[in-house]
Design a protein around this ligand. Structure first.
Ligand code: MN
Length: 243
């Protein structure tokens, strides 16, 4: 197997396109730097943007090289899935799930649909130049050998194809929908955006005291030692265990 772990710093900052599309103060997405520690992370995000799609990301050159896969991966060898190469993402993006607020690039919900290690089965630097990558995925949902092959004469269009191996799925077998990090579906992540608003609305109907709480100034309630023993009907006591 070729040695793929040797670091190779990319020419220039390959995250400049990523950053140019986003503003730090308007989106919760990470703005990390190019990593100098070699690794083999792979991530598949499920992204409910204007068009629902999947994003396959393979760690290369200290960033996540990324392809948007409109229909997502398929275990059917004959089902070649379009994979459009998009801008490199920072490694930290491998942990990202949440909501990209409306009005921002890629607005919508994002979950980590699968994650694990990718193992190049051919030298990937040449493969990237020639337009063919053969690799194995060791994820929670995706396993076995896969090929990414660039469509001739196309700038960014590749195909994601399952290679023949022991990992097969029967027709009709669906991948689990939820995140491998949070267990939430992308729909649940998006619904969560309004939970706070719903609670506030419900509180308005009660006579709840309104006020501003500064989370940084809130302190945990501590046990206290009173001057004399106190008790009241219906009270329970627990031992104060220091240490
Ligand atoms: Mn996307």
């Amino acid at each position: 197997m070729p040695d793929t772990r040797e670091p190779s710093p990319p020419a220039g900052d390959t995250l400049s396109t990523y950053r140019a599309k986003r503003s730090t103060d308007r989106t919760p997405e990470p703005f990390g730097t190019v990593s100098s520690i070699p690794g083999n992370l792979f991530v598949v995000h499920k992204h409910a943007a204007r068009q629902l799609h999947f994003d396959l990301r393979l760690e290369m050159h200290g960033v996540l090289r990324s392809w948007a896969v409109p229909k997502g991966p398929s275990y059917d060898q004959n089902d070649k899935r379009l994979a459009v190469m998009v801008e490199d993402h920072p490694l930290e993006y491998g942990d990202f799930e949440g909501i990209i607020p409306a009005g921002n690039y890629g607005a919508g919900g994002v979950i980590v649909w699968d994650r694990g290690e990718w193992v190049p089965l051919e030298p990937w630097r040449e493969g990237l130049e020639k337009g063919k990558l053969l690799f194995e995925l060791k994820g929670y949902k995706l396993h076995g050998k896969w090929t990414l092959v660039k469509i001739k004469k196309s700038e960014k269009d590749w195909l994601l194809i399952k290679e023949r191996d022991a990992y097969v799925k029967s027709p009709g077998d669906e991948f689990p929908e939820e995140s491998v990090l949070s267990g939430l579906t992308v729909e649940e992540i998006m619904a969560g955006a309004n939970v706070g608003a719903e609670i506030c609305k419900a509180l308005e109907h009660t006579n709840a005291v309104r006020g501003h709480v500064d989370a940084q100034r809130v302190e945990a309630m501590q046990r206290e030692r009173p001057d004399r023993a106190v008790t009241r009907d219906g009270w329970l006591f627990e031992l104060k265990l220091d240490g």
